[in-house]
Design a binder for this molecule. Structure first.
Ligand code: CA
Length: 289
C-alpha cells in the first residue's frame, strides 16, 4: 500500500486515484490501493497495438512498449506505433530524415539529433556521443552540432591537424605535391607519405619539380626516402636543394616512405613527383640510390 492512498480529502483522493490508476499500476478506492502491474492498467500508456512489458527489477513501475511486427515507433501513446508494412518512400515515412528505397521497402537516414526507424525520436543530446575529436568542444545548433576546435586542429569534428601533410597512398600510379597550395612550404613541418603498390611490383618515382632549401648535409630542409614502408626501412638518401629535380629512381620493394622536414627559416617551393608501379628490372637510367 502506498501512503499516497491514505488521503481522506475527496478531491485529493480523486486526483491521487487517477494518478495511481493511470501511471503507477495501482487500483483502489483512494484509501486502500492494490498494485496490479502498470501494464494491466490502460496498457501502461502504450499504443493499443503495442505489447507492454514490465520490468520491476528496474523500478516497480518500469515498462516498455513494443510495436507489433509491421509497425514501428516508440510504442508510446496513441500515435506510438505506425504501420510500415507496404509503406514506401512515396508515403514520406521519415519524419526527420531522408528516405531510401530498399527493395520493396525503405530505410530512413536520420538528420542529426534524431533516431528511430522513422527518425521520429529526438535524441536528447547530439553531443552525447562526443563527436568532436582531439579535445574539441561540442555545442548544439538548431539542426546539428558544432565543434569548437583547439588551436592546432580544424575540420567539422576537429579531426584534421592544422597545416597537416603526408598520407598513405596506394594504387598503381599517382602524384604527390607538396605544398599542395603551390606556394612555399611552411617552416617547422614534418610530413610523411607512404606509397604502396601491388606486392609483385616496385615503384618508379620521377621528380618533375624539386626545390628545397639547400644546405651542406641537408640539415635545414630535406626529403628523406626510405626503401620500404616506414622510417626504419633502408634509407635511400636525404635530399635538398634541387638535386632531385627531373630525376627518377626505383624502389626495391612495393613500398616507399617519404619524409619531409623543414626548419624555422628559409622556405622554397617544395616538390612534385609522379609515381607508378612497375615490374622489377624494367626501368633503366634511374638514379642509383
Ligand atoms: Ca628551411
Amino acid at each position: 500500500m502506498s501512503e499516497l492512498c491514505c488521503y481522506r480529502d475527496t478531491y485529493k483522493k480523486s486526483l491521487i486515484q487517477n494518478f495511481l490508476y493511470n501511471i503507477s499500476g495501482y487500483v483502489g478506492n483512494g484509501v486502500h490501493c492494490t498494485f496490479i502491474g502498470v501494464c494491466n492498467i490502460n496498457r501502461g500508456g502504450c499504443h493499443p497495438l503495442a505489447t507492454c512489458i514490465e520490468n520491476t527489477a528496474i523500478t516497480g513501475t518500469y515498462r516498455e512498449c513494443h510495436c507489433p511486427s509491421g509497425y514501428t515507433g516508440s510504442g508510446e501513446g496513441p500515435s506510438g506505433c505506425i504501420q510500415t508494412a507496404g509503406m514506401t518512400c512515396d508515403n514520406n515515412p521519415c519524419r526527420h530524415g531522408t528516405c531510401h528505397t530498399v527493395g520493396q521497402s525503405f530505410r530512413c537516414v536520420c538528420n542529426p539529433g534524431f533516431h528511430g526507424t522513422l527518425c521520429d525520436q529526438e535524441e536528447i543530446d547530439v553531443c552525447f556521443s562526443a563527436p568532436c575529436q582531439n579535445g574539441g568542444t561540442c555545442t548544439r545548433t538548431a539542426s546539428s552540432f558544432r565543434c569548437i576546435c583547439p588551436e592546432s586542429f580544424e575540420g567539422p569534428t576537429c579531426a584534421d591537424r592544422v597545416g597537416s601533410c603526408g598520407r598513405h597512398i596506394s594504387g598503381t600510379n599517382g602524384t604527390v605535391q607538396f605544398p599542395e597550395t603551390g606556394t612555399t612550404y611552411d617552416h617547422m613541418m614534418s610530413c610523411a607519405w607512404v606509397i604502396t603498390v601491388p606486392i609483385s611490383k616496385v615503384i618508379n618515382i620521377t621528380f618533375d619539380h624539386f626545390d628545397l632549401e639547400d644546405g651542406g648535409n641537408c640539415e635545414f630542409d630535406f626529403l628523406q626516402i626510405n626503401d620500404g614502408p616506414n622510417a626504419g626501412s633502408r634509407v635511400m638518401g636525404r635530399f635538398c636543394g634541387d638535386v632531385m629535380h627531373r630525376r627518377n629512381f626505383v624502389s626495391t620493394h612495393n613500398h616507399i616512405y617519404l619524409w619531409f622536414q623543414s626548419d624555422k627559416t628559409v622556405a622554397h617551393s617544395g616538390f612534385l613527383l609522379q609515381w607508378a608501379a612497375v615490374d622489377p628490372g624494367k626501368i633503366i637510367n634511374s638514379k642509383q640510390l
